[in-house]
Design a protein around this ligand. Structure first.
Ligand code: DNO
Length: 351
């Protein structure tokens, strides 16, 4: 496995200098942030980002994300132009040596939480989601969610939600299939692996369909075009927010089939209703057994990219919730430690 760290570019308060000092850190996951969604990422912008990252002794092989324009998810006539742009972006990324592109197909909202700073008993803060709180929100009265308040004006959001009213799950699947048929041949040709991020949390919200929630959805996605370029970002915390998802089994199945290109590893404490909060990576803090998950990757011969995904806010750090330096750095070291322990134990057994 190749350990990476997400970096939000020059405006990220976490510096590349500091990221490089994390033991076992191989590379950076980032994106071109100054091109509007739907337009082609120019080679020059990608090259500039790559040079900045590589000048700090880190590799740059994974993009998170090339966002999918809402018109593609809505199946509007403009989608053909937007899909052609997306394919051109993939060509440009391949030209610059990028290998994996993480993306998602969630309508309107990407990851959603009801609080960005739930206090934990140890004095740290974390991201949390309450099913009851979301149920109380009436989309017609406007949706105010931490992290999303500035993404759309209330009028824009209302108009967008109205456009989604006729889009049910099957329609969204059809639009996903159309998108994949438009871009996967290019990805295969230029050697880019597409890595779909699951829905976070894995449940419909505000009447919007969500279709990448569980094993059956992942199987259906991969079957649309059964080729390695059509692969997964397996996010333990997103899928793990539904206790019916057995992450160890999912890793065994999909890493075993060579279809996980990017692993997001984080832990969540979840209840049967679907409420959850994010915890440190350590198995005993959350509902997921990180040791078993990492073992499943190891035993599947996983050689893809991994990142410690989110962290809590600890040691007084402020900044982008979930994306501070300290707890993610601890997560990276913990995950590398688990991997090394498993590797050494296997070597000893083999002697
Ligand atoms: C949250 C991230 C997601 C992810 C996108 C991928 O922290 O994991 O925002 O980047 O869903 O497109």
């Amino acid at each position: 496995m190749k350990m990476t760290f997400r970096w939000y570019g020059a405006s990220d308060p976490v510096s590349l200098e500091y990221i490089r000092q994390i033991p076992g850190m191989d590379g950076i996951v980032s994106a071109v942030y100054d091109i509007p969604v739907g337009e082609v990422w120019p080679v020059e912008n990608i090259q500039k980002l790559k040079q900045t990252i590589e000048s700090h002794g880190l590799k740059f092989e994974v993009i998170e994300s090339v966002p999918v324009h809402e018109d593609i998810k809505l199946g509007k006539p403009s989608r053909d132009r937007l899909i052609a742009n997306y394919a051109q972006t993939l060509r440009n990324l391949a030209q610059c040596g990028l290998k994996v592109v993480c993306y998602n197909f969630m309508p309107v909202f990407d990851w959603t939480r009801t609080t960005l700073s739930m206090p934990l008993p140890d004095g740290s803060n974390t991201l949390a989601f309450s099913v009851a709180e979301v149920a109380q929100i009436d989309p017609d009265q406007g949706i105010s969610l931490p992290g999303w308040d500035s993404s759309y004006t209330p009028a824009e959001l209302k108009a967008l939600l109205a456009e989604y009213a006729p889009i049910d799950e099957e329609t969204l699947w059809a639009h996903l299939s159309y998108f994949l048929h438009g871009i996967i041949p290019t990805a295969s040709e230029v050697g880019i692996k597409m890595a779909m991020h699951p829905d976070d949390p894995p449940r419909p919200i505000f009447g919007l369909p969500r279709i990448i929630k569980n094993r059956a959805d992942l199987q259906r996605l991969l079957a649309i075009i059964d080729t390695p370029a059509n692969g997964l970002t397996l996010c333990s915390g997103s899928l793990g927010a539904d206790c019916n998802n057995d992450i160890v089994e999912l890793v065994r199945e999909f890493a075993g089939r060579g279809r996980i290109h990017f692993a997001h590893l984080r832990n969540v404490k979840v209840n049967a209703a679907g409420d959850f909060h994010e915890t440190s990576h350590k198995s005993s803090d959350g509902s997921l057994d990180m040791g078993q998950i990492v073992r499943a990757y190891f035993e599947a011969g996983f050689e893809g990219y991994v990142r410690p995904d989110h962290g809590r806010m600890i040691w007084g750090e402020t900044g982008k919730p979930g994306y501070g330096l300290y707890d993610r750095a601890l997560g990276a070291v913990y995950l590398n430690g688990l991997w090394e322990g498993i590797e050494k134990a296997k070597q000893e057994q083999a002697q």
